[in-house]
Design a protein around this ligand. Structure first.
Ligand code: SF4
Length: 307
């Protein structure tokens, strides 16, 4: 296959091409908040977002970044020999702080010689000129990736999930990040309430023609203590079973631009907070089933992608 043993352009494959070895991610917490929670954009946050700002696997904000990296490395390297890491600022909105605070956090992360990439999860409305200038500067030292939480292109769904910015803001952010050579990864959510398969594929088709380098396809997770969970209890919405999800993922993969690297294909919800779908907890099984489905149906990324 074009991407090693996989039928899609996986992050693993891409990293091995870049660094000739496996690279592991360390999820960090820079102690930030989010404008969609503190009142600048909204107060309730996105409807699905956990109290940890979607950073449930990140380190503790009580620890310095260097200490979080040290702990992350100790955990990962206790199981296997590892020499390369991605410092991934995951929790909350990781460009939402004064630029000098951001500089100190990012510089502390890239100071570790085994950190090969700085990856930053954020919102497209939190990339002012000063932040972009900082990212540009750091991108000349080590590669910088920025992950934007788009979730969907549809305005009705975006209003329901309380995303808090327009699609045009996303487009502007992608343009500005690409102008300074930053790798852009887009986080999408599949099976948001009210979206049909065609709606979800509209988001994929739209992203196929954007200048983005990576995508996360995240199955919607209902987590405890979220407004989404309250809605789910009152009016349970459709959540796919594993078979339905895998079949639809096959369609998404077939229609996805083969140049776009796939960073995620399932969910990554913390087991202790997950209400539904519970079958996603066994990630290995989901991926094995997906790989068998792709093989049986002779699907590969881009098979049905037409420029
Ligand atoms: S933008 Fe991110 S951190 Fe903020 S509420 Fe939404 S998902 Fe949570």
């Amino acid at each position: 296959m074009r991407w090693g043993e996989k039928r899609y352009h996986s992050l693993d494959y891409e990293l091995k091409q870049m660094f000739k070895e496996k690279v592991y991610k360390i999820a960090l917490n820079g102690g930030m908040t989010c404008p969609n929670r503190d009142g600048h954009v909204g107060t309730g946050g996105c409807i699905f977002c956990s109290s940890q700002g979607s950073g449930d696997f990140a380190g503790s904000a009580r620890l310095s970044i260097a200490e979080q990296i040290r702990q992350g490395k100790a955990d990962i390297s206790s199981k296997r020999p590892v020499h390369s890491y991605i410092a991934y600022f995951q929790a909350f909105t990781n460009t939402y702080a004064p630029v000098e605070t951001l500089r100190a956090l990012y510089m502390e992360a890239i100071a570790d010689p085994e950190v090969k990439i700085l990856s930053i999860a954020t919102r497209p409305d939190c990339l002012g000129a000063d932040v972009l200038a900082l990212l540009d500067e750091i991108n000349h030292i080590k590669p910088v990736w920025v992950e934007l939480g788009l979730q969907t292109i549809h305005p009705e769904t975006s209003a329901y999930i309380r995303r808090g910015y327009e699609l045009s803001v996303f487009e502007q952010a992608v343009k500005e990040l690409r102008a300074i050579g930053i790798t852009v990864i887009v986080h999408t959510i599949l099976y948001l309430p009210g979206e049909t398969k065609d709606d979800m594929l509209d988001t994929i088709h739209y992203l196929n023609h954007m200048d983005i380098q990576g995508i996360k396809l995240q199955l919607l997770h209902v987590l405890t203590h979220t407004d989404l969970a309250a809605d789910y209890e009152k009016h349970p919405f459709y959540i796919p079973d594993m078979q339905d999800y895998i079949q639809f993922l096959g369609t998404c993969i077939a229609q996805l631009n083969p140049e776009i690297v796939i960073h995620r294909l399932t969910g990554d919800g913390p087991k202790d907070l997950l209400i539904a779908p519970l079958w996603t907890s066994n990630k290995r099984t989901v991926l094995n089933q997906l790989h068998s489905h792709l093989k049986e149906q002779d699907i590969w990324q881009g098979k049905e992608y037409y420029v």
